[in-house]
Design a protein around this ligand. Structure first.
Ligand code: APR
Length: 258
């Protein structure tokens, strides 16, 4: 693993437009469960129950959605950035980071100090809530307070429309601006680093391949194998926090501190 870490550090030193792509595995060391590992969210809940169409069509599904989402939000609220987030923030200070494409809804890249304009939240954010009818926006904590007081399916004060966290559910349309930007930046990158994703959910999982098509080097850092490992220049199967901290250490040795 040390040799692979050294290789990735050299890739970083010689790159100009680095795109980092993160998934739930980047935040497990911050205490937020991922989805597909043992003990993950889809181990406890059936993902079939959370399709957007079901949320739109029946109250039972909406109640179930808010139960699951409340549990996830409570773990997000307590979470702090870990060495993965801190390393990526430092890549930006080195002037090497083109952008972060994240599937995560936890806001930890913002909290770690990356510039908001460099963070592409492909699956939205759990930190705010909107009305699906009039698009009025609500602070998440304010809506959680209603849930805590017994409301099962919160509705809009203006139009009584359905409120939903600003995350992208299965079957929900992807955010156009973010998706287009992610495609463009992936294609334009010279080094694409995946951290903590199973790479099974589309269209997000297509981004690493897009980067390869554009001539980028591809690095995958994930505890378990992924379907894209065969396309990667380097695959490191290990704990992301440790690996990213070690990579940063090597980069600092070569480049000094930013
Ligand atoms: N270090 C390295 N890898 C880790 C760590 C860790 N500390 N913790 C977990 N992993 C790896 C797991 O091995 C797993 O392969 O992270 C991966 C997380 O995969 P998923 O749980 O599938 O998460 P993700 O790829 O982000 O899921 C994509 O699916 O459910 C939807 O919308 C949700 O954005 C999510 C999307």
């Amino acid at each position: 693993m040390e040799e692979l870490i050294q290789t990735v550090a050299e890739f970083i030193v010689h790159s100009k437009r680095i795109v980092v792509f993160t998934g739930a595995g980047a935040s497990t060391e911050s205490g937020i469960a991922d989805f597909r590992s043992r003990g993950g969210i889809w181990d406890k809940y059936n993902p079939e129950d959370f399709y957007f169409q079901k949320f739109l069509t029946n109250d039972k599904s909406r109640e179930k959605y808010w139960l699951m989402s409340t549990e996830v939000y409570e773990s997000l609220k307590k979470a702090k950035p870990n060495p993965v987030h801190h390393a990526i923030a430092e890549f930006e200070r080195f002037g090497k980071l083109d952008c972060i494409i994240t599937q995560n809804i936890d806001g930890l890249h913002h909290m770690a100090g990356n510039s908001p304009e460099k963070i592409i939240e492909l699956h939205g954010t759990a930190l705010s809530v909107s009305c699906l009818s009039c698009r009025r926006r609500y602070d998440r904590d304010e809506v959680q307070e209603r849930i805590r007081k017994g409301v099962r399916v919160p509705r809009c004060d203006e139009c009584s429309g359905l409120l939903k966290p600003d995350t992208i559910s299965f079957g929900q349309a992807m955010p156009e601006r973010e998706t287009t930007l992610a495609y463009e930046r992936s294609l334009g990158s010279d080094l694409f680093i995946v951290v903590g994703s199973s790479l099974v959910v589309q269209p997000a999982a297509y981004m690493p391949l897009r980067a390869k098509q554009g001539g980028a080097k591809l690095v995958i850092i994930n505890r378990d194998p992924t379907p894209h490992d065969g396309y990667a220049d380097v695959v490191i199967n290990g704990p992301a926090g440790y690996v990213m901290a070690k990579i940063l250490e090597k980069v600092r040795e070569e480049m000094g501190s930013p």
